[in-house]
Design a protein. Structure first.
Length: 261
């Protein structure tokens, strides 16, 4: 993998981790485009680490609040929201890895993401904030996050949509979604990091890895800021149009052209 490819993949990872268009789905497509058949485990870890740094920096004040009050309502409900993804990851890991490696379901999953975003945007804005959110709300959002382990189902898209389905205020829906991403990304980073401990990091790729991580962190920070602005004044349907188009193109390629699949 070249430095340019690493930077491009880092930018795409950072943007699509927090925009509701699926980071994993885009990375699968780009790796097929670049002809990368075996993505480096170290590179996967460092990209996750880059996006983790972005969300930690952006929500530093919320994180400090959670540290000071670890048994407060927000941290407890974030834990509840994380449980479904942990269960799914533990028991369905092999199934998800097969879907990632084949990429055969990407088109349908992009279409599903678009449909969910469209329906969520069509709902009337809710009013629930931290005071009104319930454990049931948090668990429902967590189930949506677990479903988003599928390659082209957007984690941020489904958790924000799930929040809107449960009547959360749009601004709080985004905030809760992004905070919920921290344990999810951290968990993925730790699991991959444990595997990496046995294989080691190639010394000749350190610069490539660092530049990829930096690109992911900067792009991720920009994406978070952009998404908060969109949810405040814009519409999620613009992302629906994009993933609908991408999903149809992928299915068309799978059926007729076979450029990527």
């Amino acid at each position: 993998m070249s430095i340019i490819q690493a930077i491009i993949l880092g930018i795409v990872q950072g943007l699509t981790e927090f925009l509701p268009i699926s980071s994993s789905g885009h990375l699968v497509l780009l790796q097929k485009f670049f002809g990368i058949t075996n993505s480096s485990l170290a590179f996967d870890v460092i990209l996750h680490f880059g996006t983790l740094i972005a969300v930690i920096i952006f929500f530093w004040s919320d994180i400090m609040y959670i540290i000071r009050k670890p048994f407060g309502k927000l941290p407890v409900y974030l834990v509840i929201g994380t449980i479904p993804a942990v269960i799914a990851g533990l028991f369905l890991n092999d199934f998800f890895e097969k879907l990632f490696s084949s990429g055969q379901t990407l088109g349908l999953e992009f279409l599903a993401t678009g449909a969910i975003l469209w329906v969520a945007e069509s709902l009337r804005s809710g009013h629930k904030g931290l005071k009104e959110i319930t454990a049931t709300d948090s668990l429902f959002i967590g189930v949506m996050q677990a479903i988003a382990i599928l390659p082209a189902i957007s984690r941020s898209g489904l958790t924000i949509a799930g929040s809107l389905f449960r009547g959360l205020d749009r601004e709080f829906a985004a905030r809760f979604s992004f905070l919920l991403s921290i344990p999810a990304i951290l968990g993925a980073t730790v699991l991959e990091g444990k595997k990496l401990a046995t294989t080691g990091i190639p010394l000749d790729s350190i610069l490539t890895l660092l530049l990829g991580a930096l690109a992911a962190a900067v792009a991720g920070y920009i994406a978070i800021k952009f998404m908060l602005a969109i949810l405040n004044k814009g519409s999620l349907k613009v992302f629906s149009y994009y993933v609908f188009a991408l999903g149809f193109l992928i299915i068309l390629d799978q059926l007729l052209f076979h450029f990527f699949f």
